[in-house]
Design a protein around this ligand. Structure first.
Ligand code: GCW
Length: 710
């Protein structure tokens, strides 16, 4: 009998381990807690729920709690108004009598609109756990935080957590088209079903909103920056309003992109000149119409005079003229305008890395109060590594939004495992020296440096209709990490990865430790096998997938980004070259400009380096460059081995999926390495360093490999 029970128990455990998981639940899996001590602790502290108020947001907070506790503790929490009972969880704002009774008003005042605290307090003769905030949304954020503590198996016996988001607008940018496709999307089609809206509210919208709220993301630009004016027609505004209604309880505001030529395209005007009286009136009326349907509409995001998009330059007006006209239409309704700074002309001979700065820096102080300017993290285009965008710190009078890209356009799509927490950290903690040492980008964008009222951060979404949302199971971590860094730009990438792995996969240290290590090294590994030492934009031209340093085009050459010749490699951006270094503050300008002091990971970004140049290691530049490529490939092999070793510790579905993806990543890392090394060798004419095996094929072979799937 005993043996049979043991066998049944074994089978059950086995079933749990191999049970297929499809990844749909993201980091909100609420896996059953099997540790008896922990379960007992949680159960005893969360026996009763006290909620003295009602609203759609409080309702979703309650629903989430009930569902999560049911799953994790197999327990139904009972609702009561009796705060004197041991094991009460009291959640709410001052509108709740139970919270009002606790005399927390003074402390709450410091938490702002979205902050919260979770605290163990004495209530009568007992202790209770309190989640309190000024607004209902803060309560929801607090509930998700408590559930995160539990999902990551932390003690909640005596808690004192206070959180206030550092950045106000924490927004996902969806590059989704109205026809359901996604520009640079690698995880299926758009999750917005415009054909079915407004009548049908897909369950996905709710789960999307839950995931966002769980990490504090409070806005979503629903459509592509390469915009379609149709999204501003009445028909589409009604559909957008239905989505806004669905997302509202979760604190996610809706924004739209606005096509600059919309007054012509859907308004029947002859011009879209931002200084034309009819155009000004058209935008004002349009904004009134938008707010009629969506009273808490967030605002517009605009890409203008960039890559063929219409803009104020078409009428010889400045970006400030264009932005202000639309911003003034939004202002009476409380809306903001996010104006992108991704502007460059594809002109031979001009340094693209300098163009946005030259265009926008002189406009500092010329934008209306409700305008935020949105540069990408680097001045070229979401490269695996770039120098940071010199506009950060250089426009003190303008709130700047940092734009990150979660979708892996230049990082191997949804095939390569690249944890972007490390990248977020690198750029946010970068010191600009704008106001002396310590003027980090985090302080620029949080508004702390210049005391701006508005602040924002944007992430180009990596999700689509794939069952697991992001294609690669690990790409979910980038959505999660974006939320965490947006909330707190000082977040620790390792802690973020730790929590994500625990919630998404397992709390088992044998799994957690190696997998976290693999994640933390993954971005640098991709840089190593794609674009080491400051190389950039040498990927296949059209797709941005796979190597293409040889790409030639009448308007665009990969060569413009790497300048390989018989002397050396890299772009001279010092005073003898394009002098882009002058766009940075001291001491960075000097340090970037000196081949001896420039960080090695940006060497080729700023310098044309002779092949024989002696590196600090004593070895030649050529040898180091090649070894870096080989290191990248070796690191992917290590990632594969590390993953193989955790087999059996999680469900087979996700294990196998990641295993296959890593195998493909390994093949493609070799493709990158061999193609690039042979191509650069055709300029350096040098031997590969000792220990670097010759690529299996000739350069012509790598040049002929078509983009997979095309
Ligand atoms: O990275 C480039 C992409 C374009 C994109 C553009 C942008 C939406 O290749 O697809 O267009 O940037 O950011 O506007």
């Amino acid at each position: 009998m005993g043996k049979r029970i043991l066998l049944m128990g074994f089978c059950l455990v086995f079933l749990c381990i191999v049970r297929g998981e499809n990844g749909y639940d993201l980091w909100l899996r609420y896996e059953k807690i099997n540790d008896v001590t922990l379960r007992t602790q949680y159960r005893s502290l969360l026996a009763q729920l006290v909620v003295g108020q009602q609203s759609p947001t409080i309702k979703v907070a309650k629903d989430e709690l009930k569902m999560a506790l049911q799953k994790m503790l197999q327990m139904q929490i009972t609702e009561t108004s009796n705060t004197g009972f041991p094991g009460s969880l009291i959640i709410g704002t001052l509108a709740s009598p139970a919270i009002a009774k606790l005399s927390l008003a003074k402390e709450l005042a410091a938490l702002g609109e979205e902050g919260f605290f979770i605290r163990t307090v004495s209530a009568g003769n007992h202790t209770a756990t309190v989640i309190a905030a000024n607004k209902d949304i803060g309560v929801l954020y607090g509930v998700f935080r408590l559930l995160e503590l539990m999902q990551t198996h932390q003690s909640i016996v005596s808690i004192a957590i206070k959180e206030i988001p550092q950045v106000k607008l924490r927004v996902l940018n969806h590059w989704d088209n109205l026809n359901g496709t996604i520009e640079r999307g690698y995880a299926g089609g758009s999750i917005w079903n415009w054909q079915q809206l407004p009548g049908i509210i897909d369950r996905r919208y709710i789960d999307y909103a839950r995931a966002n709220a769980s990490v504090g993301i409070n806005g979503a630009v629903l459509n592509n920056v390469n915009a379609n004016a149709k999204s501003l027609t009445k028909e589409y505004l009604i559909k957008t309003a239905a989505l806004a209604d669905a997302l509202r309880p979760y604190g996610v505001k809706v924004y739209l992109t606005a096509r600059f030529s919309a007054p012509k395209e859907i308004g029947g005007l002859k011009t879209a000149d931002p200084l034309d009286a009819e155009v000004i009136k058209w935008w004002a009326n349009k904004a009134t119409e938008v707010y009629h349907y969506i009273p808490d509409f967030g605002g517009f995001l605009v890409k203008a005079n960039s890559e063929g998009q219409p803009g104020p330059g078409d009428y010889k007006r400045t970006h400030a003229d264009g932005a202000n006209t639309i911003a003034r239409a939004l202002a009476p309704h409380g809306g903001v305008l996010m104006w992108r700074a991704f502007v460059y002309e594809n002109k031979k001979g001009s340094d693209r890395a300098k163009q946005a700065y030259n265009e926008f820096q002189p406009l500092d102080g010329k934008f209306d109060k409700n305008v935020l300017l949105q540069p990408k993290y680097g001045p070229i285009d979401f490269q695996p590594r770039e120098a940071y965008h010199p506009l950060f710190g250089a426009m003190p009078k303008t709130p700047l939004v940092m734009e990150f890209q979660l979708t892996q356009e230049y990082f191997g799509f949804a095939t390569h495992l690249v944890y972007l927490g490390s990248l977020f950290k690198e750029y946010l903690q970068q010191d600009t020296y704008a106001k002396g040492e310590g003027s980090t980008i985090a302080k620029v964008i949080s508004g702390e440096l210049e005391e701006h009222a508005l602040s924002g951060i944007a992430g180009v979404s990596n999700m689509g209709s794939d069952v697991n949302w992001t294609g690669h199971p690990f790409a979910q971590s980038n959505w999660y990490a974006f939320g965490k860094f947006a909330w707190n730009p000082g977040a620790d990438e390792s802690e973020v990865a730790d929590n994500w792995v625990r919630m998404t996969f397992s709390n088992d240290q044998h799994f957690l430790r190696p997998v976290k290590k693999l994640m933390l090294g993954s971005r640098e590994t991709a840089v190593d096998y794609m674009t080491p030492m400051g190389l950039n934009h040498i990927m296949n031209f059209a797709t941005h997938y796979g190597p293409g340093p040889w790409y030639k085009d009448p308007n665009w050459d990969a060569w413009d980004y790497h300048h390989a010749d018989s002397v050396g490699l890299g772009v001279d951006r010092t005073a003898t070259g394009s002098n882009a270094i002058a766009q940075y503050y001291q001491p960075l300008s000097d340090s970037f400009g000196n081949i001896k002091t420039v960080p090695i990971n940006l060497l080729l970004w700023f310098h044309h380096v002779p092949w024989d140049h002696i590196m600090p290691s004593g070895d030649s530049f050529w040898n180091e460059l090649v070894m870096q490529y080989y290191k990248g490939v070796a690191e992917v092999k290590e990632m594969q081995l590390a993953w193989d070793r955790v087999e059996g510790m999680i469900d087979q579905n996700r294990f196998q999926q990641v295993k296959h993806l890593l195998t493909q990543q390994g093949r493609e890392a070799e493709w990158w390495r061999d193609g690039c090394v042979l191509y650069f060798q055709s300029f350096s004419h040098k031997k590969l360093p000792a220990g670097c095996a010759r690529p299996a094929h000739l350069l012509s072979y790598y040049k002929s490999i078509p983009f997979p799937g095309y």
